[in-house]
Design a protein around this ligand. Sequence first.
Ligand SMILES: *Cc1c(COP(=O)(O)O)cnc(C)c1O
Length: 457
Amino acid sequence: MTNELSAGIKRYVEQAKELGEARAELRRQMRQQHFDTIAVHGMYGVEGAFHCGQGGIIEPMFPSTSQAYRDADEMEAALAYLIPTWCYSRIHNPTVFFLEETLALLETYGCSFDASGLCTSAGMAAIKQAVEPLLARTRDGHEEINFVSAAQVYGGTFQLFNLRMRERGAVVRWVRHPWDTASWETLIDENTRFLYGEMPSNPQQACFDLAAVAEIAHRHRIPLIVDTTIATPALLRPLAWGADIVVHSLTKTVGSGGFTIGGAIVARHGLTSKHLPDEVKADYATWLKLWPFRDSGPCMSAHSAFFLLNDLRMLRLKVAAFSANTMKVARFLEGHPDVERVDYLGLPSHPLHALASRYLRLVDDGTPAFGHLMSFVVKGVATDARRVFDGFRRIFRATDLGRVKSVATIPAISTHQQQGEEGREMAGIPPTMIRLCVGGEHPDDVIADLAQALARL
Ligand SMILES: *Cc1c(COP(=O)(O)O)cnc(C)c1O
């Protein structure tokens, strides 16, 4: 980049200002809309439809790898990040942009502050991208970097934190009972870089007092990162409770149609961290996108964004229906003689029901709703659970969740196999536990399938 901007480059920068202002205005307008309207329209309005060509009412899919420039000035301005650009789809893509913007709007619904989104190839890539810069060495390279996480996390996250991050010299400190707020603070010291938790966790549905834990994080001037894959913004928007960064596996409930893997990071502007420079904290998700993410390539494809946008539109209604179905199924299982225990946050018998009822509420409606993840423990030994599991005729046996179709897995032999007996015990996963995610079928038909499978005992 030359020091003096040429007249040609200046012209492109001027034009880009107009585009930036138009986008900011549309974002302002969309922030006034209801949740469902944002989910349906996002940042693709009537006017934008004509800019994108043809006036198609649905966001077009742009599978192109790269964007062409009119001349050398435009190319130079774009590659110096002086103007918004699609340049190369490892960094930016218009279809992915529509999804990122919609997610950022949904996660800040009703908030007075702003956030930016970054979509990734998978949920795991989102978590890895979100935490890595926070674990960078800042001093002489000998400090003992650590971070504090709820022990009840997704199996892949457990491995990422326990193995991959340790290989890089960052040690995870597990909070065994995250619902015990004071226990977080006992693990924090001056080398703690962030706090992390799932709300609720997969598969145990652990919860913690989000606002209180955010307050602890900020007292130590570190960020709180929350994975709300299971809740989705239809039930919980952690940024509104003080969290700094939200991560998602869009593969699950957001992408309930089941066509693609994907992830997202949504970070509030001006997040708390005593370790990151101010210009990084100002807009963490965009900084990630333009620098570390660009340099490693875990981008989402336009095809995936296209499917996910489509799946996102009816999110609130979908989550409401899934939640109601799951409640009915959970009540049935709770009354079944061959079931030792049912874990569903929606049941008053669940020890975390009161805490969950405070945080998990259907947006724009306010009534508590608990999503479609539940688990139950079959009476007997591991082989009994396997017999029930193998008896399902309608429910799919798959290491999956969040689907419009009911799916089930045995966590001890699938998602949580590799973390070993000790890790499973710490996370509270017995070999007789079946994780069930109730879909959009009529709940009575799901109940009938469960009843005939349990009758095999
Ligand atoms: C599935 C899952 C992930 C990982 O997401 P992928 O899209 O499979 O990479 C992370 N967190 C939670 C809570 C999950 O359920």
